[in-house]
Design a protein around this ligand. Structure first.
Ligand code: GTP
Ligand code: ZN
Length: 223
C-alpha cells in the first residue's frame, strides 16, 4: 500500500520542476523572525509557510543582505539525517556547517533551508532508498526503483524568499549545476559559484561519485 508520503511526493512532480517552467509568482507567506545564536554567529532566522503544501521553509541571514551587493548564499535542501543526526552517508551536514562558518567569517550572507527532504521524495522514501543502495543501487537508481525521478526538487520557492530580503544577486556555495541554472531561470544573478567540497569519507564516496558522474556535479578529485 502506498503511504501518504509517497502520494505527496509523486503529486509534487506534477508541479513545476527545476528543469521545467518555474511557477510565475510562486507564493510563500512570510510569518516571523527571531535571533538564532549558533557556534559561529548570531543569525536572524525567518520562517515562511507554503500555503499550498503547509511546509515551513527557513532562511538564516546575517548582516545587511538587502544592500544590493552580491550576497554569499547557500540554498540547502533538508537532510534530517545529515543536518541533524551527523550521518556520514552524505555531505549535507558538513556543507551546512561550512556555509554557516563562511557566512559568519564574512559577516554577511543568507542560507535558504528548503524542506524538500531526500531530493524531494521525503524521509520515508530516502530511508527506503538507503536500503536499495546497501543492496547495490546507486542514489539515482534507488530513486528510480522506488518510482521517482533522480531529483524532484524545485527552486522557484527561493524567489519569494529572496525577494522578501531584497536579494537578487548571489555568490552561491554549491557544486550543483542544476541549482545554479534553476536560480538563473528565476531571474536571479549568480555572480559567482563557490565550491563546497567537504567531508568526503568511506561512507559517502559512492554517493559523491554518483553526483559527479550521473548528476553532473562539479566535484574535483574523482568525486
Ligand atoms: N533521494 C536521496 N536523497 C538524498 C540522499 N542523500 C542525500 N539526499 C538529499 O539530497 C539533498 C541534498 O541537497 P543539497 O544539500 O541542497 O545539495 P545538492 O543538490 O547535493 O548540491 P550542493 O549544493 O552541491 O550541495 C537533500 O534533500 C538530502 O536529503 C540519497 O541517498 N537519496
Ligand atoms: Zn544528506
Amino acid at each position: 500500500m502506498q503511504s501518504q508520503t509517497d502520494a505527496d511526493a509523486r503529486r509534487s512532480t506534477n508541479a513545476a520542476d527545476v528543469d521545467g517552467k518555474p511557477v510565475a509568482g510562486y507564493q510563500l507567506d512570510y510569518v516571523t523572525s527571531s535571533k538564532l545564536p549558533t557556534p559561529w554567529a548570531t543569525f536572524a532566522i525567518h520562517v515562511f509557510v507554503d500555503p499550498g503544501t503547509g511546509k515551513e521553509h527557513l532562511a538564516l541571514t546575517l548582516g545587511d543582505v538587502g544592500s544590493g551587493a552580491p550576497v554569499l548564499a547557500r540554498v540547502h535542501s533538508e537532510c534530517l539525517t545529515g543536518d541533524a543526526l551527523f550521518s556520514q552517508r552524505c555531505d549535507c551536514g558538513a556543507q551546512l556547517e561550512a556555509s554557516m562558518r563562511a557566512i559568519a567569517e564574512e559577516g554577511r550572507g543568507a542560507i535558504l533551508y528548503l524542506r524538500q527532504e531526500g531530493r524531494g521524495i521525503g524521509l520515508v522514501n530516502k530511508i527506503r532508498a538507503y536500503n536499495l543502495q546497501d543492496a547495490g543501487a546507486d542514489t539515482v537508481e534507488a530513486n528510480e526503483r522506488l518510482g521517482f525521478p533522480a531529483d524532484m526538487r524545485r527552486y522557484d520557492l527561493c524567489k519569494p524568499m529572496l525577494d522578501h530580503f531584497g536579494i537578487f544577486s548571489l555568490r552561491l556555495m554549491t557544486n550543483n549545476p542544476r541549482k545554479v541554472r534553476a536560480l538563473e531561470r528565476l531571474g536571479l544573478r549568480v555572480e559567482e559559484r563557490l565550491p563546497l567540497q567537504v567531508n568526503r569519507n568511506a561512507h559517502n564516496e559512492a554517493y559523491l561519485s554518483t553526483k559527479a558522474v550521473k548528476l553532473g556535479h562539479w566535484l574535483k578529485g574523482g568525486q
